[in-house]
Each structure stands twice: as C-alpha cells, then as structure tokens.
Design a binder for this molecule. Structure first.
Ligand code: KG4
Ligand code: ZN
Length: 346
C-alpha cells in the first residue's frame, strides 16, 4: 500500500510517500525556521500562510522522487493533531481533498504516533512491545507501546518539555530559534565542571519530569554574568548534561520496570548527541536494546505521517474495514495520545 503523508502541525511542511512493501519512496520538506527566527518563536498565522504556499509544490516533489503519479496512491494521510489549529487545517484540507478527488481512503494521524513509530523508518526496526521516551518541543513522556494505538503513559512532565527547556535556555544564552541544536553545538565546545545546575526530580521515585526550575537556574547564572565565550559554552554543556542525565536516568528506570528490554527514543530531542551517547552506554551496561529514528527524521517530517497512516490503512484493509474517500475532515489541536484507539478500535 502506497500512502502520501502530509505534516503541517507546526513550522515544517513535510510531504512523503511510504510503501508498506518497499519503505520510504520519496520525501520533501520545507522548514520555516528562517522565517520565524527573527520573532524568536513560531508565529502561528505566518506558519499557516507558508504551509498553504508550500504544500502542493512539495507534494509534486515527493511524488516525482517516488516515481509515482497521484493515481498510483492507495491512500492519503495527514496530521490531524495536536498542533497549531490553522497550520493543521492546511494539511488536513489538502489531504482530505486529494483523497476525495482521487477516490482513495484518507486518514488523520496523531503527530506523536508519527514520532513514536519513526524508528520503523530505519533498516533495523524495533519489535513491539517496547518502552518509549518521547521528547519533542511540546512533550516529554515515557510510554509503554504495546501495539499500534495502544499507548500507556508511564511518566510525563509536570511543566516544561525537554525541548522547551533546551529552547528557553538557548534563548537566555542569546542563541537563535530553535535553540536545541544551537545549544548542543555550543555545548560541544564547553568544558565540564564550571557550573552546576539542578537535576530536577532525578532521585524522585516516579517517572515524571519537571524542567521549569532548570530554566530559572540558567536565568540566575546568566544574570550573574558570563565573562567570555568559554563560560557560555561551559554553561551550555551543563544545561545539556542536566537535561540528558535526567531523561536517561528515568528512561532506564522505565525500561527496567516494564521488563520489555527495549527502548525507543523519538521526537526532536532524540537528535541530541549527548542523549544518544548516554542511552547507548546505559543499554550496554543494563543489557537492553535502544533504537532511534534516522537522524534526519527526528524532527517533524512527512515520512513519519505517511508511515503511521500507511500502517493503519493497511491494517484496516486486512480487517476489511478500509474507509471510503473522505467527505469531510477535522483537526484536533489538543489530542492526548492515550485517547488513540488501536486499529481494531478497542
Ligand atoms: O519533534 P519536534 O521537531 O517538534 C515537536 O513536535 O515539538 O521537536 C522540536 C524540538 C525543539 O525544542 C528543538 O530545540 C529540539 O526538538 N531539538 C533538539 C535537537 N534537535 C532538535 N534539542 C536538543 N538537541 C538537538 N540536537
Ligand atoms: Zn513533532
């Protein structure tokens, strides 16, 4: 089954074709980072307007790369939520209209399910069940993934997400938006030991996180003054270390408690090098296996939406309940992952 996926929930327009037999056939992506940078964050109205401009040319590009014509597609998937309402509406309207015009089934995909399944886009794929650490700009969650659509929340952030902690700390250090990659690049030049930031809830018995105190501690350090570039780099390294130490410690505990022996890390922050190194080392030490998405597919993209849509549509086809071409669509700016249903609808 060949499915065109459309991602437009925030500041990336991503289009891709995924085939359940042959894998990812083609993809095209436009990031709006340059456009939002001068405002220090995403401006929702500008994001929606840019998605409108980009979506069809990118769809043509993804199809051309796949060597397919629109009529060769077996279905269309788009991000239904969570995300910015106006931005989501663009992908959903285009996706549902294309599906209707082609007479093919359409499906609205949960953005975080896309992230969760994105390690399946690599050649070495994790079998289910597994424990997942989902770390994006808006979410920091530990989940037990039993099958597609059955996700049990094990731990969540009480305030800021890990990506948000990276972004806010980066802003305080005078780095651009999005801050995570920039902070990580600066940290690579930092020497350890010069600063000590808190590790929020590290020794707490549960699997929840809290990162807002970290931001306050960074603000205090910055206000005291950072005399030179090496001090900025050392503080960036300490921020990265504090965040990744807590994420890794709780993820390891979740794997241990679940007994799965398998950890999947996904979402934008899964691109972070220090986090990857920590978890690879922990996996060796504690004898579990760890999977990450391909580095280019950690942040938002169309491939993960095409993949999640294709897996769901394929399972529906097998169960004899493939939907007919859509006549309407909706978006869900707020949509808890646990509200998702399995393909069998249980
Ligand atoms: O998953 P994502 O692309 O978007 C959401 O669904 O939120 O995640 C974006 C987040 C941003 O906070 C960004 O700063 C962070 O992922 N990020 C990183 C890195 N690359 C992206 N954080 C730390 N290190 C990175 N290399
Ligand atoms: Zn995302």
């Amino acid at each position: 089954m060949r499915v065109l996926g459309i991602e437009s929930s925030c500041d990336e327009t991503g289009l891709a074709v995924y085939c359940t037999e042959r894998g990812l056939l083609g993809q095209a992506l436009h990031s709006q980072v340059d456009m939002h940078e001068r405002y220090g964050g995403v401006v929702p109205e500008l994001a929606s307007r840019d998605h409108i401009r980009r979506v069809m040319p990118l769809a043509r590009q993804a199809l051309a790369e796949s060597g397919l014509a629109p009529a060769d597609l077996d279905g269309i998937a788009w991000t239904e939520g969570p995300g910015l309402a106006g931005a989501l509406l663009v992908g959903a309207a285009v996706g549902a209209t294309l599906a209707w015009a082609l007479g093919r089934p359409g499906i609205g995909v949960h953005h975080l399910e896309g992230h969760l399944l994105s390690p399946l886009l690599a050649s070495d794929q994790p079998p289910m069940p597994f424990t997942a650490l989902l770390v994006s700009g808006g979410h920091t969650q530990l989940l037990a993934v039993e099958e597609i659509g059955r996700y049990r929340l094990l731990g969540d952030t009480l305030d800021d997400a890990a990506g948000e902690a990276f972004d806010k700390s980066a802003k305080l250090l005078g780095l651009g938006y999005p801050g995570g990659p920039a902070l990580s690049r600066l940290a690579a030049q930092g020497k350890p030991g010069r600063f000590k930031l808190p590790r929020p809830m590290l020794h707490d018995a549960g699997l929840d996180f809290s990162f807002s105190g970290l931001k306050t501690a960074v603000r205090t350090q910055v206000a005291r003054g950072l005399p030179d570039e090496s001090a900025r780099a050392a503080l960036a390294l300490e921020v990265e270390t504090a965040i990744t130490e807590v994420l890794a410690a709780k993820a390891v505990r979740a794997v241990r408690e679940s007994g799965h022996g398998r950890l999947v890390v996904a979402g934008g922050v899964s691109a972070n090098r220090q986090l990857r190194e920590r978890l690879i080392q922990a996996a060796e030490r504690e004898r579990f296996r760890v999977w990450f998405p391909p580095p280019a597919l950690c942040t938002d993209n169309g491939a993960m939406i095409a993949l999640a849509g294709a897996l769901r549509l394929d399972a529906m086809a097998r169960a004899g309940c493939l939907p007919s071409a859509p006549r309407n669509f909706r978006v869900r700016p707020r949509w808890p992952l646990e509200e998702l249903e399995t393909i069998a609808g249980r």
